[in-house]
Design a protein around this ligand. Sequence first.
Ligand SMILES: Cc1cc2nc3c(=O)[nH]c(=O)nc-3n(C[C@H](O)[C@H](O)[C@H](O)COP(=O)(O)O)c2cc1C
Length: 370
Amino acid sequence: ENVFWVGVVDWALRFFHGYTTPDGATYNSYLIKLNDKTVLVDTVKATFWDEFKERIERQVSVTKIDYLVVLHAEPDHSGSVPFIVQANPNVKVVCSTPCRNILKRYYNLEFNFCDCPAEFTFKHTALQHWPESSIMIYDKILFSSDLFGQHIASTERFTEEFDLGHTLMRAEDYFANILHPFKHLVSKTMADLEKYEFDYVLPAHGLSYRTKNFNEVFQAYKNLCKEQSSKTVLIMYETMYGSTQKAAQLLAQGLIANGMKPVLMNAQHTTHSDFALQLLKCDKFCVGSPTLNNQMMPKVEAALMYLGALKLINKKKCIVFGAAGWAPCLNSLKALLTKYQCEIVGEKSWLYNLNEEEMKAMTDLGAKML
Ligand SMILES: Cc1cc2nc3c(=O)[nH]c(=O)nc-3n(C[C@H](O)[C@H](O)[C@H](O)COP(=O)(O)O)c2cc1C
């Protein structure tokens, strides 16, 4: 009864530092009214300040906030910190030590930094997802910052009122695109969180969880933190005149014949984020590209670089293939995959179009994934 959502819903957001957000997003902020103090947890993007201020002031004047907790300094959460501090210069700012430096760099203001009040348990969860990232526990409420978040704009605030399957899919999407490189650290935080019982889990993005649905997302995260093993094999490819696509389809038949479940995605029409979500649970993948000006197609290269940085292709088994006119690009493709320590188990290139023998070779490649 004393914790109020004062965040904003960004219905229009579709692209966020390389991450596509087809469902929009929210920037969640919470006002906690205690007998002797008022605490604001996180803020919102600066462009939403007017709406944010209006929502806070339905509860309390901004000038009456005693503590401002900053769990994450990324500007989608800290962007309105300067407005709060300028309106209320005495507000006590609670954040991790690295966060103090980042806030000073971003906003060049004097902050009244202080320790967390005794009613709260503040935990610095470094690199989940930035160096300063933190979470906080109050009573049986977890303010989980980026952990368990999802990019969904909605009128509903709790998963119980929304489509749970869709929420969990977006939570996995978020894990793939934001947290995956740090999953060993997430795993440690999860082990720590298992010591607690939570009635409410309030992430910084998207819908919040009551206990039952939190258990669902917690279990999903646990599974994602493990090494993946799956029959699903992503075949990502691009084509100009169709032969590399035909090869992708033949390879898919070969994978099916060997008990695997291929998913074909054309890089021309697939976002990096969708590749990331698909690769999250795959331990094998295939990449096909025709040669364009002595290189692989640029969208294939860009996708591989995005996925490699998120550690979603690294050390995984893969097959490479593609058409050329006079100089196949497989070497540049293989060099990029080697950088990410992929295990290349098969390859095939051909000139212009596949003949019978090459078509059979593409299907036979499927067995190499076993
Ligand atoms: C604009 C353009 C540039 C190309 N550059 C090269 C090249 O540098 N080296 C090469 O071997 N083939 C090159 N090709 C030929 C294609 O790789 C070849 O047509 C291939 O079969 C296309 O495969 P696809 O049917 O999957 O689109 C080029 C083709 C086009 C249209």
